[in-house]
Ligand binder design. Structure first.
Ligand SMILES: Cc1ncc(COP(=O)(O)O)c(C=O)c1O
Length: 390
């Protein structure tokens, strides 16, 4: 029976490679999983009050449908958070979704037609390219300097064509950990405003920044067509509960999408109500646990980056945010990053993700290591990589 070419083209490297690891485990091998950015899976649990609110809501009978746009109190609390980062928005500008993933799908579905181009930071989080292709569009990567965390503005300008509809920003970036500053964000917004493009900015790691502060794109958005994507999977340690949102900047440039996109929210009905109650509790509670999480991550980052950078044949820029190291493979014997990752898995039982899964242009020749595991596990993995390459 027929299957669409669009769906055949969907890829998600981070999960696609797990099948091979499972096969090894079934054969009795031990695997160290450093492939998925899932904090609770590694033991970073959401505060008890959040989980209590989840179960209280379920037991109170909230197993019914929620409003399609999201719970009013949650939208108001999200708007407060985004406004504090500089976005001009209120509760009516927020739409609650089943994770950033669903928000991304809805936004891309609403703006991309066959052949339209969307600029993506290279390397990028894979679902960006997958959703763009699924909706008939063409992902186009632009360069970012991994050492300085600066996007190449001239490269962005040169890649805007008559078919471009949007520039995506992932800040902090998965997989590279780069964090754009205000000047870079402002230059991207300028290009978008000049050329009549949307700016879609994913800030899911906004509070996981190690060196210096974080600038929300909202603080430089002015009248541009800026849409912020964010959620509860990373900072709020609620990945499996599936809560995210989009927040629209208050600008006439977004009038048309704001009229039509909410129809997509209505056809998929709603986000789980007890999960929304838990998300609300998470935003309202003291956020000391986030500071503890980030300081634990800083120790892991320092250990893993120092280790990887000391391995002959690798060079590892220091990620400024999120929880991923993205070393470059400089040893030509390992020029094919997928073979490198598969060989490492088979010979040493360490699962990472090949860089080409994050974009062929700027991701190839790298691999991604998630640094959520304990420092000893990460140090063991670095030594396994060292001996594998030797
Ligand atoms: C940049 C980025 N956006 C979105 C997601 C997925 O978010 P959610 O769990 O809210 O769907 C991830 C997960 O790794 C991510 O790295």
């Amino acid at each position: 029976m027929k299957v669409s070419r669009k769906v055949m083209g969907v890829e998600y490297a981070i999960r696609d490679i797990v099948a091979e690891a499972r096969r090894l485990e079934a054969a009795g091998r031990r695997v160290t999983y450093l492939n998925i950015g899932d904090p609770p899976w590694y033991g970073f649990q959401a505060p008890r009050g959040v989980l209590e609110e989840l179960s209280r809501s379920a037991l109170a009978g909230h197993a019914h449908y929620a409003p399609s746009e999201g719970l009013a109190e949650l939208r108001a609390e999200i708007a407060k958070k985004e406004a504090a980062k500089g976005l001009d928005c209120g509760a009516e500008d927020v739409l609650v979704t089943n994770g950033v993933s669903e928000a991304l799908d809805m936004v891309i579905a609403s703006i991309v037609e066959d052949g339209d181009e969307v600029l993506l930071p290279g390397p990028y989080y894979p679902p960006y390219a997958s959703y763009i292709r699924l909706h008939g569009g063409v992902p186009v990567e632009f360069a970012t300097d991994a050492e300085s965390s600066e996007p190449d503005i001239a490269d962005i300008r040169s890649k805007v064509t008559g078919r471009t509809v949007a520039i995506c920003v992932i800040n902090p970036n998965n997989p590279s950990g780069t964090v754009y500053g205000k000047k870079a964000l402002s230059e991207i917004v300028d290009i978008a405003a000049e050329r009549g493009l949307y700016v879609i900015c994913d800030e899911i790691y906004d509070e996981i920044v190690f060196d210096g502060g974080f600038d929300g794109i909202g603080s430089v958005a002015r009248d541009a067509a800026v849409i912020v994507l964010n959620g509860f999977s990373k900072v709020h340690l609620m990945s499996g509960l599936r809560a995210g949102y989009m927040a629209f900047s208050r600008t006439p440039a977004l009038d048309a999408i704001r009229e039509h996109l909410p129809k997509l929210a209505r056809v998929r009905i709603a986000t789980c109500l007890p999960v929304q109650h838990a998300a609300l509790a998470s935003l309202r509670m003291p956020n000391g646990y986030i500071a503890d999480f980030v300081s634990g991550l800083r120790k892991r980052r320092d250990a893993v980056v120092r280790g990887l950078d000391s391995v002959p044949g690798l060079s590892c820029p220091v990620p400024r945010g999120a929880f991923y190291a993205f070393p470059r493979i400089e040893d030509e014997r390992f020029a094919d990053d997928r073979k490198f990752v598969m060989g490492l898995l088979e010979s040493r039982g360490v699962l990472t993700v090949h860089g080409s899964g994050f974009g062929s242009r700027y991701g190839s020749g790298h691999f991604r290591v998630v640094f959520l595991a304990p420092v000893e596990t990460l140090e063991g993995a670095v030594e396994a990589i060292r001996s594998y390459m030797a």
